[in-house]
Design a protein around this ligand. Sequence first.
Ligand SMILES: [Cu+2]
Length: 410
Amino acid sequence: MNVEIRIPGADALGRIFLTWTPVEATARVLNPVGTSPIRVTLRNAGSEGRVRFATTRTHLGTPTLALRLPIDGTPARFFVAGEFGRPSVSLGDAVIQARRTGTTTVLGRKPVTVRVRKNAQTLSPAERDRFVAAFGTLNGGGAGRFRDFRDMHVDAATNEAHGNVGFLPWHRAYLLDLERELQAIDPGVALPYWRFDQAAPNVFSREFMGVSNAAGTVEFAAGHPFNTWRTDERLGISRSPRFVTGSAPGGLLIETETLGLGGAAPNATYGGFAGMEGDPHGLAHTRFGGFISRIPTAARDPLFFMLHANVDRLWAKWQWVNGRTSPDEALAFAPAVPNRIGHRIPDTMWPWNGVTGAPRPRTAPGGTFPPSRSTTQPGLKPRVGRMIDHQAVGGGRPLAFAYDDVPFEL
Ligand SMILES: [Cu+2]
């Protein structure tokens, strides 16, 4: 007799990826013996990653859960989520075990991966190496799919992505698109973030995002995948830090100040918070010379995506702290100023909507939004409003990414 644990969203190899958002799952008896229901206890039996269980959709899950499984194989429902603070460090390292209650007999087992975006400074060498390997493959020495991402963040796209309230939603979609492409190369990877208000010596190392030489060219260790990084037919990355890279850049708002931009809870407004596009976001860019300092070239530098992951994390944290996760909550977003397409809740976003011609840009590189096996969201042509509740706090399906320091909380 055994117990089958089913969690929706398996990839082609049957692997399951969780974040902090609870997912409805089932357990059922296979090849039963006897006629009475089977009592099992779900528990964690993995190494690093851990999960929590519940019988309802809640953030108050527990490390074990007792279930009574009908002997006729009818599935019992439960919810499972990554345990906040205990993400995976490698594929399948969070193992769900179904033991016969009161015994050590294991009737079922399911490895899962709690995959969330982590502080780049804290990644293990193995996590770091997998990330840069996937990113290097995406660039493909200039011939890979990264070309689309580089082509999305150009002067022609400025009105779509910058200078207005849609700045944060557009970049959230952009990062998620990139992350899904990286995960198609290596599903164990999540986009790390660079906390630009803290020292991050591990990030500015030859093994990770590289060390700039006196000429402003970034140098990497021998064998690093970015040694062949190429964009716009040009080999290499131009980046000149204007700060000592063993310390924080300084001169920009630190996290607590950024989170206060919208005003104090319970009256915090997105309109106020969105001012972070200037400080700290803009200042984080201009703490460097080189590609990352200017919009039309910024996306040539892979560091751009880790800088923006931190911008997006700050938004996610602001949303959590202030309970601003619903697109129906007036203070969770703000009217576009002026009333500009691509910056309003119901608008579809370029380039994923494929719309070209004024007022949109002339071309729409990259095609529709890539699907995920873990979620149906945000669909092929995401709308601004769909980017707001990324963890699906309000119900429905999440966007299937999360940050290591922003929990799911109802
Ligand atoms: Cu930026």
